[in-house]
Design a protein around this ligand. Structure first.
Ligand SMILES: [Zn+2]
Length: 289
């Protein structure tokens, strides 16, 4: 696996079918339409996580986590004119990921609410599931092996596994999004213990784009895990001057090493919402919108 990651880095260096560069989103070339494009957007929800996926020319919309309550999540959807989500997935039952659903706005229709089978957070879970019931949204627990409808992508749940008895961070639903060639990996707040177990049962975790686990905490993103994922770009969703000291210097160091370029590590505390244009099978671009 080591070599595979290395090959991808070589491909990046020599431009073999993979390019990354910053650009202003509005200027994306017309050529993009030939391949089709989708969008991954890390919403600025302060110290928390929320990722909006958009495919099928914008007709498909899905969500990975909703940040904390009172963190502006619903405003973020409103300014983007999002009134319908094909599904939303709650990585685990911590307030900075699921709290946004406490303020669930009836103006946004969610077809299905998926959630990690995290046994923790029962108060929050009960409140959110009650709201789902009120809005007539089926709520479905997920674990490894589940595939979610995902427009041009394939979206697979890699974690938690049936045998896992973790709760909280290490029970985070890990989502792999793939277009058949390029991949993104969303790990919620998975920490090194969960990473180690996921590594045991996975023979290919490679992903070009990594959502850095647990807001860049030193307890996540082990070197072994990072080596297997071998990301070319990494995004840390983290609050400005948060009291946890996230992201940890040690994590930034490891990410620098893995990506080989500090400019490929994006942080919501420094950049606000971060949008990635996903040119299917071709590459990912960061846009400024
Ligand atoms: Zn968190």
């Amino acid at each position: 696996m080591k070599n595979r990651g290395f090959q991808w880095k070589l491909a990046a260096l020599f431009g073999m079918g993979w390019q990354i560069f910053g650009c202003s989103g509005g200027d994306l070339s017309a050529e993009m339409a030939d391949y089709g494009s989708a969008k991954v957007e890390f919403l600025d929800v302060g110290q928390g996580l929320s990722v909006l996926l958009q495919g099928d020319g914008g007709k498909f919309k899905a969500l990975y986590d909703a940040g904390n309550d009172s963190a502006g999540f619903w405003d973020s959807l409103r300014v983007r004119n999002v009134t319908h989500l094909d599904w939303a997935l709650i990585s685990h039952w911590h307030r900075d990921h699921a709290g946004g659903f406490l303020e669930w706005e009836s103006s946004v229709i969610i077809d299905t609410l998926f959630y990690s089978n995290d046994p923790g957070g029962s108060l929050l879970k009960d409140s959110v599931l009650k709201l789902a019931k009120r809005f007539g949204t089926p709520a479905v627990p997920v674990e490894r092996g589940k595939e979610l409808h995902c427009a041009e992508w394939t979206c697979k749940i890699l974690w938690p596994a049936k045998f896992s008895d973790f709760e909280g961070n290490n029970a985070s639903a890990v989502l792999q999004v793939s277009d058949g060639k390029l991949r993104a990996l969303f790990t919620g707040d998975l920490e090194s213990l969960g990473e180690a177990e996921l590594l045991e049962i996975s023979n290919d975790l490679r992903a070009e784009l990594l959502q850095v686990g647990h807001h860049g905490s030193a307890t996540s993103t082990s070197l072994r895990f990072l080596e297997q994922v071998s990301p070319l770009m990494a995004v840390i969703s983290v609050g400005k001057k948060n009291s946890y000291g996230h992201p940890a210097k040690s994590t930034l160091k490891k990410l620098n090493f893995a990506t080989g370029d500090s400019s490929k590590i994006f942080r919501t505390d420094l950049l606000g919402s971060i949008s990635m244009e996903w040119r299917l099978g071709k590459g990912l671009w960061r846009g400024n919108y």
